[in-house]
Structure formats: C-alpha cells, structure tokens
Design a protein around this ligand. Structure first.
Ligand code: TYD
Ligand code: MG
Length: 454
C-alpha cells in the first residue's frame, strides 16, 4: 500500500502529525497546523552507502588542535554577542520584528567583516540591489568591498555561492527564500525549513559562515518553524521598543560563546552606533530623588548594567485594579505584590499598579525583585529612595532575601557611575567596594522597616 504523501506541521512548534487538527497536541497552539509536503524520509537500507559513518574516540581528539581563528568585526558590541567574533563555517540566525533594524545592522556588519578581509556577500530577497546600495550610501558604506545580490531562488543562490566562494554570506531574509523542489509558497514552514537546511548544510560543507535573517511573528517566534533555531549554531534576537532610539542584540543560544550576552546599539540617521556604556542610557536624567524610581544594579550576559525602574501606585476606580508591566514579567510582579501583602502586611488591593523599565529595556533577572519591591513601596508611600542608591536581590516566597551572583561587579559598576550606597541581600562572602556603603539585609520585612519606617 502506498504511504500517505502529505503530513501536517505546526507552524508554532514544528511538530509533525499525519492528521490535521484545530489545535496542536504538542504545544497547544490553535490554528497553527498546516499541510506540507513531507521531507525525504532518508535513505532506505538498500541505498545506504558502503562507507560507514566516520567516528572518532573522544580521547583521540588532540588538545593542540586549537579552534579556528575567529574574525572580529571591530564592532565590540557585535563581537561580544557572537562570543568573541565570527566563527568560520558557523550558521547564525538573527531574529527580530519587521522594521526593528535587522537589515541595517547586517549591512553594517557585512561592511565591517568585508573590511576585515572576509569575502562577504549580502543576499537580499526583499529589496533590489539598487535599494540596498541606496541604503549603503546612507550608511556611508559604499566603499566597502561587499558583494550584493537580489535573489530569492535557493538554487540560484547556492550556485552563486558555489561560484563566488565567499567566507560570509548574509541571507535577508530566510522567509523570502524558496526552493523550486517544494510545492508550497515562500514563507511556509517547509520552504523556510528547506532553505535554512540547505544553506546551513552548504555553509558547513564549504567552510563558509552564514547569517540568516528571520522575521519574528507577533507571538515572538521566528515566523514559521522554531526548527530553524535548532538548525543553527547561534540564535540572536534584535529587540527594542519602536519609540526608543536604542536596540539590543541578545544571544539566546550560542554554541561558540555565552548565551544571554547583549550588545547595545543606538539608532542614528547614519545607522546603528554602538553604545559602550549602556548604564548611562538606561538611567534617565537623575537629579532630584523621585518617589517610585529605583536604580537596579543588574547583570546582562557578562556585563553589569544599571537600569532605572519606575513604579506608579494610585487608587483604582475599577473593581479589578490594573496591573500593568512594561519590560518585566507580569507574573513575577503579582508574586512580589503577594509577598509584600502576606509577609510585610502591605496591601495593594484597590490600588492600580504600573511598573516600567526605563528606556524600553527588558529585564529577566530575578535579582531585580528587591528593586521592584522598593519601587512599589516608594510609589505607594510617596517616599523617594536616596538618589545615590542602587538595589538588587532576589525575593523568595517566604519574604527572605536571597543572595545573587556577581555582587562585586554590580557594586563596581554603581561606583563607576557615581552611586555611593547599595542595598543587597545578606549571604555570600563579605566584600567591600571602595566608595560604596553596602547595606546587607536578610528579609523583605526588615528592608521595609529600615527604608520606609513601616
Ligand atoms: P531596517 O533595517 O530596514 O529593519 P528590518 O530589516 O528589521 O525590517 O530598518 C527599518 C527602518 O529604520 C529603515 O527605514 C531604516 C531606519 N533606520 C535608521 O534610520 N537608522 C538606524 O540606525 C536603523 C537601525 C534603522
Ligand atoms: Mg529588512
């Protein structure tokens, strides 16, 4: 009996089934399942090659085989996120919202790498070469030895790459690429997957680095399948708020370096400029101490960053008071409100609560808990914290404060930016940083008592 030819793939998680369903059983997403031509099922036993898969004992790997040299772009913010430069034969995915600045970033990166001696080709599937050249002109990059191609047919692109043998190829974007061996439309899951697979396989085979650009859907996923994320070595997200002038390039996966690393850029009329001191950017003008405003000493990747948190607490006209968070996790805010109420006896019932991370930055570190609590209390009591103080620490459900990593780096950054005192959890080793008066506390209730005299 002939096997069924079609399969169904979830566009959200990439799960494959034989039957269509309204809801994906793997990830629970509604209306995400589409019909697809199946991938090749692999070689059958009869067609298996006679040469066996090459294998090597772990102990046979000689230690003097140093990793291949990385190429730096000279843009420190980009090189750090890549883990110290571009690795040959690696595949990188750069995801981000449409219009956030991916093409600008990568055209600038292409020019930098080309000037560093890498043979670089920039393939645009969205703009004509003339448009890319106009953009390059605006960015002042016309003198860079980058080759441009405007192409969407995968076969043509691979032919070009095979002839030109670049060391770096940038594909902008993976959703516009299509393979004529697959029946579905460009941008569909199977097209995106096939294009990503062919390009990364080609890159590995020929020792070329490839950067794929991917648009992100409003749900925050690379449009089409997440499977692209599994195919590449490095996944970077380019993010930022539209109204703000700065952008963050964040490593969420990196086989060749630390994940969670960020690079900060500022948008200008002449393209993206790197921001080497992001703390200065995330702190709004700090003159007078303001109720509700607290400076959090955070760590992003390997780097300390000071970020201002702002809270507003006001009597609510609604029966269900508002809880609005920008740049932080709403669930975590609910938890801190609950701990403040249960462990410190400070209710927020009947009050609207707004929390905002200044500058449009996103924070995910639990170390921000104490700074959030401080901002909420400061807003509620209408009492400002001293303007020269930074705050950090994780809050547990019991109301105890937990020590967090890299205390010394946080304090040093605070000292560098002119702060003179810090509130942090007790625990961990004792340390002093010149110029910083460190106040270490054990639990949230004593923090409330000491700071707000409640
Ligand atoms: P673009 O790079 O085209 O975004 P994406 O490729 O992610 O869709 O940038 C969007 C627009 O913003 C474009 O019109 C150029 C403009 N822009 C600047 O003027 N300066 C900048 O520094 C950046 C990043 C973008
Ligand atoms: Mg673009």
């Amino acid at each position: 009996m002939a096997k069924s030819k079609t399969q169904f793939t979830c566009t959200a998680c990439g799960n494959v089934t034989t039957k269509w369903a309204g809801r994906c059983e793997a990830c629970g997403e509604w209306n995400s399942i589409v019909e697809e031509a199946p991938l090749s099922s692999g070689p059958s036993a009869a067609t298996l090659g006679t040469t066996r898969g090459r294998r090597i004992e772990l102990t046979d790997l000689r230690t003097e085989e140093t990793p291949p040299p990385r190429t730096v772009s000279g843009v420190a913010e980009l090189d750090r996120v890549l883990g110290g430069g571009l690795v040959p034969a690696s595949a990188i995915l750069v995801g981000g919202d449409p219009g956030i600045g991916k093409s600008t970033l990568l055209l600038q990166a292409a020019a930098r790498f080309a000037r560093m001696g890498l043979k670089t080709i920039y393939v645009s599937g969205e703009e004509a070469s003339a448009q890319v050249r106009m953009r390059a002109q605006r960015l002042g990059l016309t003198q860079s030895p980058v080759q441009l191609a405007a192409e969407t047919n995968l076969r043509d692109i691979l032919t070009t790459l095979d002839e030109e043998r670049p060391q770096l190829a940038i594909i902008d974007s993976i959703q516009t690429m299509w393979s004529d061996s697959i029946g579905s439309a460009p941008g569909s899951v199977s097209q995106v997957r096939a294009a990503a697979h062919e390009l990364t396989a080609f890159a590995k085979r020929k020792g070329m680095a490839v950067i794929l650009v991917g648009h992100v859907t409003k749900e925050g996923q690379i449009a089409g399948p997440r499977v692209v994320e599994h195919m590449v070595d490095t996944v970077l997200y380019f993010e930022g708020e539209r109204g703000h002038q700065f952008r963050v390039l964040r490593a969420v996966k990196n086989r060749f370096g630390p994940a969670d690393e960020i690079g900060v850029f500022e948008m200008t009329g002449k393209g993206l400029a790197e921001v080497t001191n992001p703390s200065a950017l995330f702190l709004s003008d700090r003159g007078q101490p303001t109720p509700g405003s607290v400076v959090f000493a955070g760590i992003e990747g390997t780097r300390p960053v000071l970020i201002e948190l702002q809270a507003l607490v006001a009597p609510s006209p609604h029966s269900q008071p508002r809880r609005t968070v920008v740049g932080w996790d709403g669930g975590r805010l609910a938890m801190i409100l609950a701990v403040l109420e249960a462990r410190c006896g400070i209710p927020f019932a009947g009050l609207d609560v707004y929390l905002n991370v200044a500058g449009g930055m996103k924070i995910s570190e639990p170390a921000a808990d104490l700074a959030v609590a401080a901002a909420l209390l400061s807003a509620r009591e209408d009492a400002a914290l001293p303007a020269d103080t930074v705050v950090f620490g994780e809050i547990s459900l019991s109301g105890a404060l937990r020590a967090v990593g890299q205390t010394e780096n946080r304090l040093k950054e605070a000292q560098k930016l002119g702060f003179s005192s810090a509130i942090a959890p007790k625990g961990g080793k004792s340390l002093t940083v010149d110029g910083i008066k460190l106040n270490r506390i054990t639990d949230l209730a004593s923090f409330v008592g000491e700071t707000f005299g409640a």
